[in-house]
Write a protein that binds this ligand. Structure first.
Ligand code: FES
Length: 163
C-alpha cells in the first residue's frame, strides 16, 4: 500500500464542503451607505428610532449632498472591503443644491460601467432617492440590497485586493 487512506480522504473533503457551506450561509455583506444630510440620513435615523428591521452591517457616511460624492470614494469603499455601496439622496427636484443629485446619478451610471469592466456586478452599487421621513424605504432598501449581495457572495474585488 502507498499509505493512501480513501475513507480519510473522503471525510476531509466532506469537512471542507461543510466549512465552505457554512462560510456561504454565514456571509453578512458589508454595505457602505453614502447618505445625504437633508434626506436619506434622516430617513436612516427614523428607521433606527422606529426600530424597523434591517441588516446591521451598514455604515452610514453622511454627506451634504450626493453631488459631492467623488467616484473615488466609492472605489475606495470597495477597495476597503465593502460588498456593496448605496448612494442615497433627495428626490430629483428636491436637491438643496439644485442639481447635485442629477450629477450623482450621472456619476453612478458611469461608475457602474467601470465597475462592470473591473468585474463587479451591477447590484453592488445602488442609487436611491429617499425622503427625509421615509425610514421604511431606507430599511427596505438596505434589506433588499443585503439579500441580493448575499446571493452574489463577497465582493470579488475585495478578494483580489487582499491576495
Ligand atoms: S441635497 Fe440631498 S441630494 Fe443634494
Amino acid at each position: 500500500m502507498n499509505g493512501f487512506n480513501l475513507s480519510r480522504s473522503i471525510r476531509t473533503r466532506q469537512l471542507l464542503q461543510v466549512r465552505r457551506m457554512r462560510k456561504i450561509t454565514e456571509f453578512e455583506p458589508r454595505i457602505i451607505a453614502f447618505t445625504c444630510n437633508w434626506c436619506a440620513y434622516s430617513a436612516a435615523d427614523i428607521a433606527g428610532i422606529s426600530r424597523f428591521h434591517y441588516p446591521a452591517n451598514v455604515r452610514n457616511i453622511k454627506v451634504m449632498c450626493t453631488g459631492m460624492i467623488d467616484p473615488g470614494y466609492i472605489l475606495r469603499a470597495f477597495e476597503r472591503g465593502a460588498d456593496g455601496v448605496l448612494v442615497a439622496g433627495c428626490e430629483i427636484g428636491d436637491c438643496h443644491y439644485i442639481s447635485g443629485n442629477i450629477k450623482a446619478k450621472e456619476r453612478v451610471e458611469r461608475l457602474k460601467k467601470l465597475l462592470h469592466i473591473l468585474g463587479l456586478e451591477d447590484e453592488r452599487l445602488r442609487l436611491e432617492w429617499i425622503d427625509a421621513g421615509d425610514g421604511r424605504k431606507f430599511a427596505d432598501t438596505i434589506e433588499n440590497m443585503a439579500g441580493k449581495l448575499k446571493k452574489l457572495g463577497p465582493s470579488p474585488f475585495k478578494k483580489e485586493v487582499k491576495s
